[in-house]
Design a protein around this ligand. Sequence first.
Ligand code: ZN
Length: 136
Amino acid sequence: MAEIITLETREAEHAIDITSEVLAVVSRSGIESGLCQVMVLHTTAAVVVNETADGNIGTDIVSALQAVIPTRNDWLHDLKDDNAHSHLKASILGPSELLPIEKGELLLGTWQGIWLLEFDGPRQRRVAVHIIPAHA
Ligand code: ZN
């Protein structure tokens, strides 16, 4: 099964904790054991698993990428779309994560959660959540 989570981002670049939205999809699936893939359906946003208990981690991820990828750098894509830095930041992190489901819950470490990283907002974003049962 699959569901699409739709959300509105608020800033040009920021991190959004989407753990509870993904957990809700897992819960609705009724699957006890399997895999959950979370994939953002855009090229200037990313999905990562990291600490969400401290929201500053999400802000720091954005800041770290801003420190190493300049907004203006004669990027070739800027001649066409003027958002090359957004694509580069999203590419480094990647669009998806694959998470285990055990006993009907996502198997996450104590501090782990799921971040959606926006690099070209604000805008509407879609995140696909696929649930893959262990025994189909
Ligand atoms: Zn572009």
